[in-house]
Design a protein around this ligand. Structure first.
Ligand SMILES: [Cu+2]
Length: 128
């Protein structure tokens, strides 16, 4: 009876450790993606949006054409604001959490509107 209990404890421990390793590998995958962005020495244009006055903040973003853009929706953003669209640039993404960035490369210069899926939150992205 005692050895069965011990076995049970070991199984639970293995599951817990295994779970941590699994979570860690998931996180490090995201971190690796970030490192790749940084290694480009300014090539990836990183933008973090948060929530202010029931809208995205900053509300106007400027990026350079032909260079990859990586948008992070920080943890203050919730609900349908996490589904991010720049219709005219063909960007349509759902970011489940801040580690899921919205990556795209704008090629066409211009001023575009970004918005959540329902259009409640919106702003302007200027590609120059
Ligand atoms: Cu919305």
């Amino acid at each position: 009876m005692k050895s069965i209990a011990l076995f049970g404890v070991i199984v639970v421990l293995v599951l817990i450790v295994g779970g941590f390793v699994f979570l860690k590998s998931g996180n490090s995958a995201g971190a690796a993606g970030t490192v790749i962005g940084n290694s480009g020495a300014g090539e990836v244009q990183k933008i973090t949006l948060s929530m202010k006055n029931s809208n995205y903040y900053p509300n106007t973003i400027r990026v350079k054409a032909g260079q990859p853009v990586s948008i992070t929706l920080d943890s203050s953003i919730g609900g349908c604001f996490r589904s991010f669209n720049i219709r005219d640039l063909g960007v349509q993404a759902y970011s489940k959490n801040p580690s899921q960035t919205i990556d795209f490369t704008p090629t066409q210069k211009g001023t575009y509107r970004f918005a959540c899926s329902m259009g409640m939150g919106y702003g302007t992205i200027i590609v120059e």
